[in-house]
Design a protein around this ligand. Structure first.
Ligand code: DAH
Length: 347
């Protein structure tokens, strides 16, 4: 009997080790320990064993049973491991670069913004930042924009409800409403309130207007603002700077011209047109690119600068318009659709 049991365990060991699927395991299990299994049959023979040998034999049978269960458990564990491997597929190293990895490209607006900032840094400008959620004071009042000016109309400006709260954006008065800035000119005020002249800043950033979207309008667009404050600043300095930056960005054959205009925060004020015959989008035309002027004395007085001592110029322009001229882009909506066929064209 003992030899039979040892042989049974040895047979089970070899057989179970080779199993790879659950049905085969179930069949083997039935063959060894099932109601008609080999061990069960041996157990039934206990009756024929002489009485005095029964305890020892019973112990042996129990050990054999436990050993067989161990082998069955091990076989099941091996099968489960194989099943998991099959589900996971071939071994991979997730830290390896993917075979088709392409490096990303800069967004065209980022390219133009960074290039403009680089051009302006070369002549002493530093980059200034301001919040996109603004208050009426910084966006309009301090820029000498009267309360009934059309730009302040709810049809043009996104206002927040009176209950909105932006603790990190300082209000001048409790009654002021929060809004999404309609231009980057608000950064002029924030910068001047921070300290005395001289000032030479460039401030690119997002701006918002209640415009219906079409090929040339978007409710969210980007502007680039410049402010220069010092003694004896003249319109000639302004014109020279604009010629320098557009010449650097678009090519030296680029020209600018001023047309008289009105902005509350500059006096005199101009609209700036540019001519760049070498750009297919411009051809022989003069294209309006932004607004500018000499900082209005009222604005200086409002931020505590003595208008008798200080003078300055400011200008603002749309970054999308500039990028469209530079790269020959027809529709402003391409900038925001994240279509890789568009984006990959800009290295
Ligand atoms: N803020 C004006 C706009 O949104 C552009 C502008 C005009 C900016 C004159 C200026 C400026 O700094 O002096 O269209």
């Amino acid at each position: 009997m003992q030899a039979t049991l040892t042989a049974l365990v040895a047979k089970a060991q070899t057989e179970l080790a080779g199993l790879t699927a659950r049905p085969a395991l179930e069949a083997a299990k039935a063959r060894y320990v099932g109601p008609n299994g080999e061990l069960t049959a041996l157990m039934k023979q206990m009756g024929t064993v002489p009485k005095e040998q029964r305890p020892a034999m019973g112990k042996l049978i129990n050990e054999t049973k436990a050993r067989l269960q161990e082998l069955l458990d091990a076989a099941l564990a091996a099968i489960e491991t194989n099943e998991l491997r099959a589900q996971l597929g071939p071994a991979i190293d997730p830290t390896l670069p993917t075979p088709d990895a392409r490096s990303g490209t800069y967004h065209p607006l980022t390219l133009v913004r960074e290039e403009m900032c680089r051009i302006l840094r070369k002549v002493g400008f530093t980059v200034a930042d301001g919040p996109e959620v603004e208050t009426e004071y910084y966006c309009f009042d301090a820029l000498n924009t009267p309360a009934d000016h059309p730009a302040r109309d709810v049809q043009d400006t996104f206002y927040f409800p009176a209950t909105a709260h932006f603790g990190n954006v300082s209000k001048k008065t409790a009654e002021e409403k929060y809004l999404l800035r309609t231009h980057t000119s608000s950064v002029q005020i924030r910068t001047m309130l921070k300290g005395p002249p001289p000032i030479r800043i460039v401030s690119p950033g997002r701006t918002y207007r209640r415009d219906a979207t079409d090929a040339t309008h978007s409710a969210n667009f980007n502007q680039l603002e410049c402010l220069y404050v010092d003694k004896n600043v003249t319109v000639r300095d302004l014109k020279a700077l604009l010629d320098y930056i557009f010449g650097s960005l678009l090519g030296k054959d680029t020209k600018t011209r001023f047309r008289p205009h009105y902005f509350g925060y500059t006096e005199p004020s101009f609209e700036v047109d540019l001519s760049a015959k070498h750009l297919p989008k411009v051809k022989k035309e003069w294209i309006e690119i932004g607004g500018c002027g000499m900082v209005d004395p009222t604005v200086f007085a409002g931020v505590g600068y003595d208008p008798e001592v200080w003078s300055g110029y400011a200008f603002g322009m749309g970054l999308e318009r500039l990028a469209m001229l530079l790269y020959g882009i027809d529709d402003i909506r391409y900038f925001y659709q994240n279509d890789l066929r568009f984006l990959n064209q800009f290295a």
